[in-house]
Design a protein around this ligand. Structure first.
Ligand SMILES: [Zn+2]
Length: 207
């Protein structure tokens, strides 16, 4: 398209990892793409596309702080590939919410961007407002501290019903699983039938 050509001439797309020029926006350069460590075996009810490493970390940072919403679709495609089993038969997608104070500095909830992409690709409806984050929690700390921190960090939005639904919870990265666990408990408490977890990246060996 003409507009694309004009935009590309003035703002040539670059790889979000290494800043090398690339053909189309929202992609990775072939070298960086080949360095992604894809995950092939899943735990029960949980899937992630790649290992959380330097490359995937930079991709998530580009999503969080950059204006890289088109990148969300690439990551979402990789997530759909990884999570086909989980997405099959799911009634609803939702995502781990961020606190409104973080929205001010970040512009986007990166989990919601990923969930929007996944929903468009696999045609499972998305409701990003089922859960609300009522407490801003630090992401640092030991496994025990993190479980403590996220306890009561979320609340269920009573405007919506999740009764009897199989829900796929979406987040950018899973480390200890404390956050996902807190969200899953809340959804189950409010009548959801089953909660599955799909993330772009998974931290390996840090549990
Ligand atoms: Zn690159």
């Amino acid at each position: 398209m003409f507009l694309d050509a004009v935009l590309n001439a003035f703002f040539p797309p670059v790889c979000p990892v290494c800043s090398q020029r690339i053909e189309t926006a929202g992609a990775l350069c072939p070298e960086c793409f080949s360095k992604l460590q894809f995950l092939h075996d899943h735990e029960d009810g949980k899937a992630s596309a790649v290992v959380y490493d330097d490359i995937s970390k930079r991709l998530i940072l580009a999503l969080k702080y950059g204006d890289k919403t088109e990148l969300a679709f690439l990551l979402a495609r990789l997530m759909v590939n990884a999570g086909q089993d989980l997405l099959a038969g799911a009634d609803l997608l939702t995502c781990v919410p961020i606190h409104w104070k973080r929205m001010l500095t970040r512009k986007y909830n990166q989990a919601a961007l990923l969930a929007t992409g996944v929903s468009k690709i696999c045609a499972v409806p998305l409701n990003p407002c089922v859960l609300k984050r009522v407490k801003s929690t630090p992401k640092q700390g030991s496994r025990e501290q993190r479980y403590q921190n996220v306890k009561n960090a979320f609340c269920f939005n009573p405007k919506y019903s999740v009764k009897g639904k199989t829900i796929v919870l979406i987040d950018d990265v899973v480390t200890t699983g404390a956050t996902a666990d807190a969200c899953a408990r809340l959804l189950l408490k409010n009548g959801a039938k089953e909660i599955r977890l799909l993330t772009f990246a998974k931290a390996i060996g840090k549990n």
